[in-house]
Write a new protein. Structure first.
Length: 130
């Protein structure tokens, strides 16, 4: 299974796999604090801008590790951001948490439709903050 290599280093016991990988197997993410979508030294407006731009990029990008890496790093540069602040809102939107398996591999496993739906939901969650 494609999920196993992504969580292997994040778990000590097999029972830990459930909490490390649950977001791969659910239609709807568990509720999370929308404030986690906001990058450090950023605000809700920046998070919305990042998620909106990410949707545009992900709509046309191939959904494999290298393509996602290149596309999202280029998007960060386009927005004048470093990778960390760019990727945090996307990671939380897609996984429902800040600490998750590697972003590009996770997105490739989840697929375009799931990632885009979760990013749209995250944008809606951000409206609750501001």
């Amino acid at each position: 299974m494609a999920v196993t290599p992504l969580i292997r280093e994040r778990i000590k016991l097999l029972k830990d796999a459930v909490s490390a990988a649950d977001f791969f197997f659910v239609d709807q993410l568990a509720p999370y604090d929308p404030a986690e979508l906001i990058p450090q030294k950023g605000d809700a407006a920046l998070a919305r801008k990042i998620l909106g731009h990410a949707q545009e990029v992900l709509d046309t990008s191939a959904f494999d590790h290298d393509s996602l890496d290149q596309a999202l790093r280029a998007a960060a540069a386009h927005l004048g951001l470093k990778a960390g602040p760019m990727f945090q809102p996307i990671r939380v939107a897609v996984c429902g948490r800040k600490n998750a398996p590697p972003l590009f591999e996770t997105m490739a496993v989840l697929g375009r439709d799931v990632c885009l739906a979760r990013i749209r939901q995250a944008e809606a969650n951000l409206k609750l903050i501001n």
